[in-house]
Design a protein around this ligand. Sequence first.
Ligand code: HEC
Length: 194
Amino acid sequence: MIKVVLFTVVTMLFMVGCSDDATKSANAEVKSKQEVKEDVKVAVAEIKEEAKATASDVKEDTQAVVADIKEETKSVVADVKEEAKAALQESKVVVAEKTAAVQEAIASVQAPVATVDAVSLYKVCAGCHGMDGSKPALNKSQVIKGWDAKKISDALHGYKAGTYGGAMKGLMGAQVSKLGDAEIEALAQHISKF
Ligand code: HEC
């Protein structure tokens, strides 16, 4: 009986010992799992940190690049503006010069016509041709009243060049030798309106 009890006690002790071992090893396993979990957690946190740092680095780099590009674009735009301004200024000067030249040309064309006083010029002619061109000059010339401007102008240019006229063309040549083109034109216009 004592043997049996002893056996039982020993067996129980053994079992308790065993189960304690099993619990211990199970506990150890759980612990190591927890450690792994911890490690993973730490690793994940580190990766997150790193990712964050990298992201902020990239952000900073990108900002710096964007700022550079902005600076460069600004300076290029400023250059282009400067160039455009200069070109505009130049073309303005050219336009102003051309305008002045054109105005001068217009003035030089208009001036003689404007200053030619056909009425005064004709006063000399009137002595022979009559106030309204209706007299045959020195009883030799044709009556010039009623002639159109071109016919008069051609005759006057012809007398000046010695290529037109009758017996007294020398006399008329002397009359028109000092007249310029503009004066002949003005006289022709004036006489054609008699
Ligand atoms: C001293 C007189 C005299 C004066 C001044 C004079 N003429 Fe004459 N004119 C003549 C005579 C003469 C003729 C004809 C000449 C000829 O033989 O072709 C003539 C001819 C002309 C003709 C052409 C007519 C034709 O018979 O073919 C015209 C046009 C004319 N004269 C315009 C003028 C004008 C314009 C002036 C003023 C700038 C002028 N004359 C001044 C005497 C004169």
